[in-house]
Structure formats: C-alpha cells, structure tokens
Design a protein around this ligand. Structure first.
Ligand code: ADP
Length: 639
C-alpha cells in the first residue's frame, strides 16, 4: 500500500498537534461533529434547492459509537461524503482558511498551546487523541467508496473500500494510555454525551449514540428490588438539543457559550467585545446574533476584507457573507441572521432587491447603532477599545456618500483632545468656554506633533480645549459634519478663532498697516509661495507659523496630494499665509533689515518660510538651498 506524504504545512501542524501537551484534547469531538454537520448541510441544501435527492430533514443524523475492546470511537454522518480526489485534497492538506493566520500568530506569540485551544484546527485535531485515523467516505450520487488512513505525520494512504450508504465514517483508534494521559475517558458514552452537550448542542441534526441503561426486570416491584433484579439494555439517545444558539433566548445562553460560538465560527482567537442578540417578529421575522470583534482583522483596512453576515433561511445556511446586510461603516460586525421570510433558492441577484432583506438590514443598522451608544455610555473603556480598532471606519462613514450618514454616526465619534484623553463631540461642546466661537481642532501626524504646534500652546494657555486630529480622514469628516450642536468646527491653524477683542483687533490692524510695505516685500520675495504675510496673535513664544485661508486647510493639502497618481499640475494647494509673531525679536530684526539690507531680508523670508513649513510637518521644497542659506547666516554671525 502506497503511503503518501502530507504537504509541508500540514505536517508541521500535525506534529504540533501530537506533541503539544495539550489539555483541551477533547475539542477533537467538536471539530469532527462540526465537519459532519457541514457535510449534511451541503447535501440538505442541495435536496431543498434542487429537489433532486428526495431526502428530507429527518433522514439526516450523526452517529457516534465507542468500542472499549478495540479502543475506537466512530463518528458517522450521512452528508455529502467525499470522492477520492476530495479525500486527497481535503485531508492531505490543511483546508482551513484560518490555519495560515493561526500559524502566523503562533510564530509571533509562541504560545502554541493556547491558540490551538481556542481555535481548533479541524480534522487534524483527531490526531491529538488517536494513533490511527481512518476515514471511509462515499460521495452522494457515487457508487464508489474510498478509505483514507493515516498514522500521523508519516503519511497517509487511500484505497477503495465498501460502504453501503453515502456519507463519511471516521474511526479513531485512541492513543495508548501513558502515565500522564489516560485516553479511556473518551470511550465512555457518558463522557462523550457530556462533551456533545458542552460543545455541539446547537448542531441542527440529531447526534445519536447508543447508551447503556438499566431497568427493573419485568414483574418486580420497585420496593422489593434487589441488585439482581436489574438488567441492562441499550437505547439510542439524541444527545443534542438541536436548537441553534441564535434561536435560544439570551437568558439561556452563557457568555462563554456565545464567545466560543463566535471564536469557532468566525475564526478569531480573541473574545468578542460585545454580543448583540436580536429577535423580531412581525413585518420581518428573524433572529440575529451579531458580534463586535475586539480587534480589527489584519486585512480590515484593505480591499481584501469582505464584509457581510451569514444568512440562514429558516435554519439552513444560504449565504456565507451577505454584504447587503451591513452598511460599510459597520463592516466590522460579524454574525448571522436567520429568517423565515427568505426563500432557500433565492439567488444573489434577487437577494439584493429583496424587500425583506432591506428591512432586516435597516433594523440591524439601528440595533448596532444603539448597542454602540449603550457601550459608549455604560462601558467607556470597552468603547474606547472598540473605537481604537474601528473608529477610522466610522470616520470614513461620516465622510463617504456625501455625508448621508453623518447624523447617524456623529455621536459615535471619539477624538483625542488636549485634555489627554478621548472625548465625544457632545462632551466637548458641554464644557466649551463661554463665548468660545466654535469647536477648536488641530491636525498633525501625531499627537506629540500637534502638542508642539505654536498655535496649540497659545490656546492651551488660554484654557481652551482642542481636538487633536491625526488620521487623514479626520478633517474631511469634520468638514462634512460642518457643525455639531450648532457649533462650527474651527481649525486653529487657519480660522479666525474670534479670540481678539475689538481693541486688540484695531491694534493689530494698526501694526499691520505700519508694516504693510515690509510684508508686501516679503510676499513678493517668496515668489507666490504664500498668499500674504501677516502678524499673528496665536504664536506664544514661537517666531512664525503657517496658516491657510479659504476652504482648503494645510492638512487637506497634505492628504490629497499624498494620494497616488495625482499629477503635479493638478495638485491642490492651500492658500498659505505666513504669520509672524510681533513680540518675537525676529520681527524687530526683519523690520531693521527692510531699512538696511533688503537682499538679506529676502534670505530671511525664505528661511522663515522654510521653518514654518517644517513646524507644520511639510517637506521643504529645496532642502539643499535651505541648508545653504542657513550656513551662510551662521558663517556671518561667527565673523
Ligand atoms: P474545515 O472544516 O475548517 O474546512 P477541516 O480540516 O476540518 O477544515 O476539513 C477539511 C475539509 O474536509 C472540509 O472543508 C470538508 O470539505 C472535508 N470534510 C471533513 N470532514 C468531512 C465529512 N465528515 N464529510 C465531508 N467532507 C468532510
């Protein structure tokens, strides 16, 4: 008999399964049962949608047997079965899509055992308890059956065999007991029954097992019964309740059960942050069980990520990822919807126009929103964890579709603030200073960088709170919002923040008038790089800063031009304004130069502009020239 080799990756995982000192060996049963159930689902679905099989739901079952003498456990299903090629392809390699990630995580964390525990690795887990695994399978509609057999990493063989019915029978020959490990527990029907209840209760087909029972022999009165009056007999019992977890009342399911269901079904090793359960009757009848993950999947913010909920029609899965059930801004939600109103044969195209589905989607959207709000109000820490993972998506949501969803999303937003923590817009507005002209915000690459902006320093000193925006989309989202509770958003680098009194304004105007010629000269010297040069009152101890006038802020210029494929000529430019601090010694210096040495003033103007660019986090256009000018100046000073 030819022994074939496993694929390399599979072999590694197999090795790992066998050699880990692993306390949750018992999950092998859950994995095999869930495979059996999936195989039945496939065939049942076919019989419903194509009507070809003539099978009804009652025809399907999973059976378990244990044999103490041979030390074997057998798990049989009458599902779709596998052809020879399928046996080869499905069991010779690890099919599980999560296994790659699983491996990646495993390397990173080196915490192998725990991850297997939470994840399970499908069929392969059989090797945690078996020295030999035999799979006999006959695909539905085929007359041939084949036997796949393996004693572990050394390889496997496939040969034709006899099998009367379609489906799959898996026989595990248990490992020998050692001093540390006793595998006999898995030969006890009571232990198996307990495991089925623990892990597989919601499997929708009966899991049957012959159980040994005792009863009184006929004719004996219970009150006179002695031990020899009892006899043993066998009875087939259905071990699982068959009610899917999402059809159970919330009060009947423990958090652990929900968590385990989520981790298993959606391949996440972390627990969900929140479980959302919803069941409705009436215009739309459905049960929904939704989860908010605690971390963004590694591909979440990429094109590869596919949103969607699993869709069941009356207990039968009809679609793995139904995208129409989730708006993009809630694309992080995982879960399933089971509805009686949907037809099994509905095609993808028809589903998109299905009124019922639209109704469900809009109900779910409201539900998700209200659950998030309640988390924000009652479990702030959790919400912040959520927002750190998925807040970016909500902000894109505000911005996208021309702001259509901004009202729905605005109260879910959090921003960093100068108070050193996350705030909601409501909280911000609630504690605004009297007379404050709007919601102040500042943009930058990082919190530290914003913190160091000259404008930030000044405003903070005056006791104003500032929102710190560090994501590209932030300012676009705010522009889309326009106002929050009638308060306008004001960029502290560009807008008139309305902080000056009338007298101060007059004073500044006067000063500016006096320096008019000087500033015009500097603007001219900068050759169109800035719209104008002005005096500033928001600079504290800093000499200069850059601001923008008009609708495009500095940050927006940065973001839009960072997008790929923007040709040089269509780049967007903010209308930049160079602001100079009148109380900084540099102001005196340039005033003097205007009288004495205009060539040098040109040089100064360039240098000041370059510094302002650097402070705002822009690249300077010609670093070599900048450095040259700076050195010239240094050399002059040292003379
Ligand atoms: P997963 O179930 O996550 O895909 P497994 O390693 O458990 O990964 O199983 C690999 C594949 O083998 C399954 O996807 C399925 O196609 C096939 N398979 C496993 N068990 C059965 C079974 N009892 N009946 C039919 N096919 C099965």
């Amino acid at each position: 008999m030819a022994v074939k080799q496993f694929k390399t990756e599979s072999k590694r995982i197999l090795d790992l399964m066998i050699h880990s000192i692993y306390t949750h060996r018992e999950i092998f049963l859950r994995e095999l049962i869930s495979n059996a159930s999936d195989a039945i689902d496939k065939l049942y679905y076919r019989s419903l949608s194509e009507g070809e099989t003539g099978l009804s739901r009652d025809d399907f079952a999973i059976e378990i047997q244990t044999n103490k003498e041979n030390r074997t456990i057998t798990i049989s299903d009458n599902g779709c079965g596998m052809t020879k090629d399928e046996l080869e392809n499905n069991l010779g390699v690890i099919a599980r899509s999560g296994s790659l990630n699983f491996k990646k995580e495993m390397n990173e964390k080196n915490d192998e055992i725990d991850i297997i525990g939470q994840f399970g690795v499908g069929f392969y887990s059989a090797f945690m308890v078996s020295k030999c695994v035999t799979v006999q399978s006959r695909a539905y509609g085929s007359k041939e059956a084949n036997e796949w057999k393996s004693r572990g990493p050394s390889g496997y063989s496939i040969e034709p065999c006899e099998k009367e019915t379609h489906g799959t029978t898996i026989t595990l020959e248990l490992l020998d007991n050692t001093e540390e490990e006793n595998y006999d527990e898995f030969l006890s029907p009571y232990r198996i029954s307990a495991l089925v209840k623990k892990y597989s209760d919601y499997i929708r087909y009966p899991i049957r097992m012959e159980m040994e029972k005792t009863r009184l022999k006929e004719g004996v009165e219970p009150k006179d019964a002695k031990s020899e009056d009892y006899e043993t007999y066998f009875e087939t019992e259905t071990l699982n309740s068959m009610v899917p977890i999402w059809k159970k009342k919330k009060s009947e399911v423990t958090k652990e059960e929900y968590d385990r269901f989520y981790q298993d079904k959606f391949m996440d090793y972390s627990e969900p942050l929140r479980v959302i359960y919803s069941s409705t009757e009436g215009t739309a009848t459905y049960n929904a069980l939704l989860f908010i993950p605690s971390k963004a999947p590694f591909d979440y913010y990429t094109r590869e990520y596919e949103k969607g909920l699993m869709l069941y029609a009356n207990g039968v899965m009809i679609m793995e990822k139904c995208a129409d059930l989730l708006p993009d801004y809630f694309s992080f939600v995982k879960g399933l919807v089971d509805s009686e109103d949907l037809s099994l044969n509905i095609s993808r195209e028809m589903l998109q126009h299905d009124r019922q589905l639209k109704l469900i989607a809009s109900r779910l959207e409201k539900k998700i929103k209200s659950e998030l709000l309640s988390m924000l109000e009652n479990e702030r820490e959790k919400y912040e964890e959520f927002f750190t993972a998925f807040g970016l998506q909500l902000k894109y949501g505000v911005y996208s579709d021309y702001g259509m969803h901004k009202d729905l999303l605005s109260d879910l937003l959090l921003f960093h603030s100068s108070e050193g923590k996350y705030v909601t817009l409501k909280e911000y507005v609630g504690r605004m200073k009297e007379g404050q002209s709007g919601i102040f915000y500042a943009c930058g690459d990082s919190l530290a960088r914003i913190e160091q902006l000259p404008q930030t320093e000044t405003l903070k000193e005056k006791g104003y709170e500032i929102l710190y925006l560090t994501d590209d989309v932030d300012e676009f989202a705010l522009k889309m919002l326009g106002k929050f509770e009638e308060k306008e958003f004001r960029n502290i680098s560009s807008d008139d923040l309305g902080l000056k009194t009338e007298e101060e304004k007059d004073e500044q105007k006067k000063q500016e008038e006096e320096s008019r010629e000087l500033f015009d000269f500097m603007t001219e010297a900068l050759g169109g790089k800035v719209k104008k040069v002005v005096l500033s009152d928001r600079l504290g101890s800093h000499p200069v800063c850059l601001s923008a006038q008009g609708g495009i802020s500095l940050e927006m210029e940065k973001v839009m031009n960072a997008m790929p494929n923007v040709p040089q000529e269509s780049r967007i430019r903010a209308e930049k304004v160079l602001e100079i601090n009148p109380s900084h010694p540099i102001f005196e210096a340039i005033r003097k130069l205007y009288e004495t040495d205009r060539e040098k003033l040109k040089q100064y103007a360039e240098l000041l502009y370059a510094q302002a660019l650097l402070i705002e986090g822009f690249p300077i256009e010609d670093p070599v020239a900048f450095s040259g000018k700076l050195c010239d100046l240094m050399a002059q000073l040292a003379e």
